[in-house]
Design a protein around this ligand. Sequence first.
Ligand code: FAD
Ligand code: FES
Length: 284
Amino acid sequence: MYRIAEKKILNPTVTQLQIEAPLVAKKAKAGQFIILRVDEEGERIPLTVAGTDPAAGTVKIIFQTVGATTEKLARKEAGDFLQDFVGPLGVATELEGLKKVCIVGGGVGCAIALPIAQALKNLGAEVTGIIGFRNGDLVILEEEFRACCNTLTVMTDDGSYGKKGNVTLPLKELLEKGEKFDRIIAIGPLVMMKFTVLTAKPFAIPVTVSMNPIMIDGTGMCGGCRLTLNTPAGKVTKFACVDGPDFDGYQVDFDEAMLRGRMYGAFEKHAHEETCNLFKKEGK
Ligand SMILES: Cc1cc2nc3c(=O)[nH]c(=O)nc-3n(C[C@H](O)[C@H](O)[C@H](O)COP(=O)(O)OP(=O)(O)OC[C@H]3O[C@@H](n4cnc5c(N)ncnc54)[C@H](O)[C@@H]3O)c2cc1C
Ligand code: FES
């Protein structure tokens, strides 16, 4: 069992937990993830390691309440326990040799992007941050990004905070002005990553994207997280849990990934409603 050391609510749907998991805290690197189960009957869900404190033995996770399991997790309090907390899983983001990087984060994807921006700063790279949210109430981690980015632009779809528009707008402006990034790292909704790649393409700047397909075992055995890459050698199937979650954005078949992501929609909606009804019955 894994104790929740601390809980912080970042916005109405995003929660941060510090979990006591000393072995994971010692080994995890930026870009890796864990798989947890809230309780014995719970489903396994992957969440990115948003930070570690090896001395305290804690691992930070930041998650959005989107369905049954994240709903249950968000209702846990400091001092409660989680059934399983397995990791670190996946391949850490490759950062060696990067000197000038643009990090593009969307929504809760910013929780995944932040430890990468922090790791780049620690390696001495120049980091340009662009983070985007639907509206001002949903902005998270702005101060943390300011602390590790040389410049930061905050965008909201409705203009209620920062600048109005989506994240590709300032990215395009920077690229048109002649900014030469070694790499763009984009993390957020599939559609945001797809359009970040299309924005970068005319400027031939490499783009890394972090893929988050449905994962079941997280060990490369079940095939649940498979993705198609269009490589120079033809179509290649990869498993996000062991080959990723980071991939070359120019190779990912985003349209197929979006279709696969919607496959379990009806089942997930039903499970979420059941969980909410259960909490209501229990008066929570
Ligand atoms: C490598 C990886 C890292 C992730 N990191 C984060 C993170 O740091 N913060 C965060 O908020 N979310 C993260 N996610 C997404 C997170 O796993 C899902 O939001 C969570 O599983 C939803 O579960 P649910 O039961 O609450 O919702 P459900 O109602 O079951 O599903 C809602 C949506 O969540 C996604 N989802 C559901 N089950 C899974 C699953 N087993 N694996 C992957 N996605 C699933 C699907 O897109 C689905 O449509 C990550 C996913 C992956 C693959
Ligand atoms: S989650 Fe099963 S192969 Fe990746």
